[in-house]
Write a protein that binds this ligand. Structure first.
Ligand SMILES: NC(=O)c1ccc[n+]([C@@H]2O[C@H](COP(=O)([O-])OP(=O)(O)OC[C@H]3O[C@@H](n4cnc5c(N)ncnc54)[C@H](O)[C@@H]3O)[C@@H](O)[C@H]2O)c1
Length: 257
């Protein structure tokens, strides 16, 4: 998973799985652009510098084309080129039946989870084309096996897989590999809201519901965020030089094909 000499833009790097990806790639030798709307962006960049790598924090709102374009320009200005783009941003979006959330909530999910990914790829493409590189899109098991009451999220994650494969077809001739990582439930604050929603729907106590979900995976566990970061580092590194259009499952066996 050696990433020495690479520059990686990590979109959604300001917290959660994205932060873990920033720190993992830095530990493997990459310089990092932390692109996020989150207030944590500067702190993660500082953590990267403490590892000994260079870092740039860029406020980025994926819902605004100009913001994504400015981020891409800043990345190339600062580092000269970009070898890896990791799209880890995402929102849970509207929960419940489709008459229980608004059109605005639906559009927000499409905007952040899908169109934002299109924009980051679009505006970083000139830099990536210069020497080839790797794009890694964080999808979800939910893109393959929908979850009840989560149609905006599941729809966008299924689309991310289609987008990933389409880009893999289009960009191979430029030496750009495009792959997805599909995590199962990842430990951390982000899934608390959906777990509470699920527990209420199932009529179960929160802790019982969590244990029930874990027991449904062959490995009886949720996923530590560092495990997702390991797979991303592999897909950014030369170790995966012959992989494109793939979807790596990091899901404790909760879904298999
Ligand atoms: N946590 C899980 O269980 C899980 C499981 C499968 C897939 N995923 C996916 O992994 C990725 C990371 O999830 P996470 O758990 O770290 O969530 P998170 O909420 O901690 O991180 C998501 C990041 O996206 C950023 N973001 C949201 N809206 C944005 C916008 N408009 N512009 C720029 N950035 C924006 C947030 O600021 C945040 O830093 C997401 O794509 C998520 O769908 C998570």
């Amino acid at each position: 998973m050696d990433c020495t000499g690479l520059t990686a833009v990590v979109v959604g790097g300001g917290q959660g799985i994205g932060r873990e990806i920033c720190l993992k790639l830095a530990a493997q030798g990459a310089d990092i652009v932390v692109a996020d709307i989150s207030a944590g962006t500067g702190g993660v960049a500082e953590e990267v510098r403490q590892i000994g790598r260079q870092a740039l924090a860029v406020y980025t709102d994926l819902r605004q084309e100009a913001s994504v374009q400015a981020m891409a320009n800043s990345a190339v200005e600062r580092f000269g080129t970009v070898h890896c783009l990791v799209n880890s941003s995402g929102i849970v979006g509207g929960l419940g039946q489709i008459d229980e959330f608004s059109l605005e909530e639906w559009n927000e999910s499409l905007s952040v989870n899908l169109t934002g990914m299109f924009l980051t790829c679009r505006y970083l493409l000139p830099g990536l084309k210069q020497q080839g590189g790797s794009i890694v899109n964080i999808a979800s098991v939910a893109g393959r096996r929908p979850l009840k009451g989560r149609s905006p999220y599941c729809t966008t994650k299924a689309a991310v897989l289609g987008f990933t494969r389409s880009l893999a077809m289009d960009l191979g001739e430029f030496g750009i590999r495009v792959n997805a990582v599909s995590p199962g439930r990842v430990e951390g604050p982000r899934i608390e809201k959906t777990l509470h929603h699920g527990a209420a729907q199932a009529g179960m106590e929160f802790e019982d519901y969590v244990e029930h979900l874990k027991s449904q995976t062959p490995l009886h566990t949720f996923i530590p965020p560092g495990a997702v970061a390991d797979s991303v580092a592999f897909l950014c590194s030369p170790a995966s030089a012959f992989m494109t259009g793939a979807d790596l499952f990091v899901n404790a066996g909760s879904y298999m094909v």
